[in-house]
Design a protein around this ligand. Structure first.
Ligand code: DX5
Ligand code: ZN
Length: 208
């Protein structure tokens, strides 16, 4: 599978977000949008009213790190999300939530935190378009990659040869390669791309 790159705008300058996105848009495959509520994770970002102003020619991959994600599906569909990922640990009715995401025309994704065993996803694999393996504790950019993500990625790839498997947290050229070797096809990276002197080169290094 071809490796795709999703820059995470958490590390961009929110005061000139669309200008920052324009610096990487031509070289990206998705734009990764982190939504945090200060409850599920100890940090806050923004919701659908802000996400709707994001300008990109790429699909928006929205990562909901919020309680009760099922309550916000319609809002994010209207805001232009293409992939909507909820946390396994936060969704009360995961089957219903995934079905509702698809009914709203989006790809349905689930993410697991570092301490959550990947096997919990087995019953849902047939209803999933996308799995996001967290390789740091969700909440902040700039943390170090946790290698236990690699076994989770390999397990998923063996069970689901065609699944989109994304990995998020501490991704750089080295950890990104380990993830691709384990079976991931989407690399999400925030600080490695947005803090780089040459952002385009940083993206290209993830694809090599
Ligand atoms: C963290 C977010 C990530 C974050 C990754 O909770 O989900 O998307 O932006 O940042 P880096 O790539 O800097 O670890
Ligand atoms: Zn994220």
């Amino acid at each position: 599978m071809k490796t795709k790159v999703a820059p995470s705008i958490l590390s961009a300058d929110f005061g000139k977000l669309n200008e920052d996105i324009a610096t990487i848009d031509d070289h990206s495959d998705y734009i990764h949008v982190d939504v945090m509520d200060g409850h599920f994770v100890p940090n806050l970002t923004f919701g659908a009213p802000v996400a709707k102003y994001i300008k990109s020619k790429n699909p928006l991959d929205v990562h909901l790190m919020i309680e009760n994600p099922g309550n916000y599906i319609e809002d994010f569909a209207k805001a232009g999300a293409d992939v909507l990922t909820v946390h396994y640990e936060a969704a009360h009715d995961l089957d219903g939530t995934l079905a509702k995401i698809r009914e709203h025309g989006m790809k349905a994704g689930v993410s697991i935190k570092p301490a959550t065993p990947v096997e919990v996803l087995e019953p849902y694999l047939k209803d999933l378009d996308w799995v996001l393996v967290m390789s740091v504790e969700p909440g902040f950019g700039g943390q170090s990659f946790m290698p236990n993500a690699l076994e989770k990625i390999s397990w998923l790839r063996e069970k689901a040869p065609d699944l989109d498997i994304a990995v998020d947290g501490g991704i750089n050229d080295k950890t990104g390669k380990q993830c691709v070797d384990a079976g991931a096809n989407i690399l999400i990276a925030g600080s490695y791309i947005f803090k780089a002197e040459d952002r385009v080169e940083a993206i290209e290094s993830l694809k090599r």
